[in-house]
Write a protein that binds this ligand. Structure first.
Ligand code: SF4
Length: 92
């Protein structure tokens, strides 16, 4: 297990680990639709309403969306944009 993988797993909800592994396996063979789009790792307060609308559309066309949704639902990551992100919908 790499140091990066160990670090990621250390902060994860234990129940989310299988979904995270499934997402990583999907990403081994597929480039996600958000690849290279820095908005997905931005502070959510910096995203405009238009950003959020565009990002929802991008996620909707992503080849790994199902695995990404499964992981985000299981772990509810506190940082970044995920297809399940709703916690700051009114903060833009
Ligand atoms: S579904 Fe996940 S991997 Fe795909 S574009 Fe959205 S955030 Fe990125």
């Amino acid at each position: 297990m790499s140091k990066r993988l160990s670090a990621a797993l250390a902060h994860m909800q234990p129940a989310a680990i299988p979904a995270w592994r499934a997402l990583q396996a999907a990403l081994d063979h597929t480039i996600p639709a958000c690849d290279g789009d820095n908005r997905y790792t931005s502070e959510l307060r910096d995203l405009t309403i238009q950003d959020r609308a565009e990002m929802r559309q991008i996620c909707g066309k992503c080849p790994v969306q199902a695995a990404c949704v499964d992981y985000a639902t299981a772990d509810q990551p506190a940082a970044g944009w995920w297809p399940t992100t709703t916690r700051t919908e009114n903060a833009a």
